[in-house]
Design a protein around this ligand. Sequence first.
Ligand code: GUN
Length: 291
Amino acid sequence: MVIIDGKKISQEIKDEVKAAVIKMKSERGIVPGLAVILVGENPASQAYVKSKGKACEELGIYSVTEQVPATISESDLLSMVERFNNDKKIHGILVQLPLPKHIDEQKVIETISPAKDVDGFHPISIGKLMIGIDTFYSATPYGIMELLKRYKINPSGKHVVVVGRSNIVGKPIANILVQKKEWANAIVTIAHTGTKDISYYTKQADILIAAIGKPNAITKDMVKPGAVVIDVGINRIDDATTKTGTRLVGDVDFENVKEIASAITPVPGGVGPMTIAMLMMNTLKAAGGKI
Ligand code: GUN
């Protein structure tokens, strides 16, 4: 059984992006630039934004973080996005979600220039992904694809069962994996809250992707021996034995499922660390570079 090391792979990717950034700067005089907009003071969002800025700094990517109060009007926020759309030093724009209720999130996403949509949330990016045209993949599905590739787990001809149909994980990963392409070409099933007997489907999976948002939702009896298990869940549960009184777990009962899986991602340290690395990769791509 292989424990898929997202921390190690994400570092590998960041090292590759860093090298590509240096090359880009010396050969073409271009420094990739990322603008991050944070609205309000949600602590989780603040932490994410901080780590994105730190990753940029480590990789030689120029970054601007604009923190604005939660009371900002929708039109002012849209103007800020427009300003970055027109800023030549900025190649990627990310508006940290969620946004306050008085702001229409979809409208903000659709104001970001698709050429700078490093989050991959714009309907144009999602449409391209669905019909197999090169585009920005959002961080989580892109991270899953890289983990599979770098662990030489080829989904071609395999049955992938995705549990969860969110717009940022379930739907895009299913659509990437079903493409008639190398390292895709899978048979894909999406199970979701409308599925009566989830385990009927999960037991058929050669590759099981859990993006449910519920601790221990996938138990050993739901997994086929030898399956590859990708756990996208990040759930905080009570644990009196830790300093904080809580601990992070995924959607998969890791301790038991690892007994029968051929490969499995842990939480933390699996898919999670990949997301920032993929954002960095997308920023490099937006600036016209690749690894
Ligand atoms: N909030 C949680 N994850 C994300 C993400 O990947 N991008 C943005 N913009 N906001 C988020």
